[in-house]
Design a binder for this molecule. Structure first.
Ligand code: ZN
Ligand code: FE
Length: 272
């Protein structure tokens, strides 16, 4: 199968079949079944090649492309090894720290893999890293370490204004968007979310579901944007209860949502 870019997409965009592959202690590598190419998959953020290759062998699928959200080793570390098995396109953000990239994608651009029946819009979402991107298409969002269920990534390279803008951009996606994050952090995130916003009924209800899933060693992902808008304090920096909690924690009035976000993010960094 030859994967080219830029050709016309089929008119319908089917619901994607996505499998999770675990890596390291809490990473998820996502394998997307190519709707138009049976037994071909696209991998998102393969931090480790071994579990991906094991899943390909188990399922008899071939790798058709690699999508990367950001340069951190736990998201790209498996790329060289995967490319040794099969030379496939490597699509990622404009960042020299991703050496294996064969195609660079930027904000607002479409990433069409027509032969595979896949098409994603690229969303630039700086904050966790400056060049971080997310892939949005087919009702699914692959957002790496920008948005987690009930939380968000650490702000390694960006500032609160940038990262708050990135999360606000994601928040504007349709509520039924399925959210595929890079890590299983949901239970710990909910402990913080309920410290900030203890009377949030949706978060309390979600905690029960998450506890059940984790007790059965099942993923809590994908989430949906609609759920995240209700339970994730980092998407609720304009909610009066969240603003009040952030102001109490900071001991001062906060002038805008970015300031609220900055306080929440710093608070979470210290939270045990
Ligand atoms: Zn990361
Ligand atoms: Fe990560």
């Amino acid at each position: 199968l030859q994967v080219k870019y830029g050709a016309k997409m089929p008119i319908h965009t089917p619901h994607l079949i996505v499998r999770s592959v675990r890596a390291f202690s809490d990473n998820y590598i996502w394998l997307i079944d190519a709707p138009l190419a049976p037994a071909h998959v696209v991998v998102v953020d393969p931090g480790d090649a071994a579990p991906v290759i094991a899943e390909l062998q188990r399922s008899g699928a071939s790798l058709a492309a690699i999508l990367l959200t950001h340069h951190h080793p736990d998201h790209i570390g498996g790329v060289p090894e995967l490319l040794r098995h099969r030379a496939v396109p490597v699509i990622g953000p404009d960042d020299t720290r991703i050496a294996q990239r064969t195609r660079t994608v930027r904000d607002g651009e479409r990433c069409d893999l027509s032969e595979l029946g896949l098409s994603f819009e690229i969303l630039q979402v700086p904050g966790h890293t400056v060049s971080h991107i997310a892939f949005w298409g087919h009702g699914a969002l692959f957002c790496g370490d920008t948005l987690f269920s009930a939380g968000c990534g650490r702000m390694f390279e960006g500032n609160p204004i940038q990262m708050n803008a990135s999360l606000t951009k994601l928040r504007s996606l349709p509520p039924d968007t399925r959210v595929f994050c890079g890590h299983e952090y949901t239970a710990a995130n909910l402990r913080f979310a309920l410290t900030v916003d203890p009377a949030n009924d949706a978060a309390l209800e979600y905690r029960d579901k998450v506890n059940r899933l984790r007790a059965a060693d099942s993923p809590t992902l994908p989430s949906t944007m609609g759920l995240e808008i209700r339970v994730n304090p980092f998407l609720r920096c304009d909610d009066p209860a969240v603003v009040r909690a952030a102001e109490t924690h900071a001991g001062k009035a906060l002038e805008d949502t970015a300031a609220v976000f900055g306080v929440l993010r710093a608070w979470k960094d210290q939270f045990r």
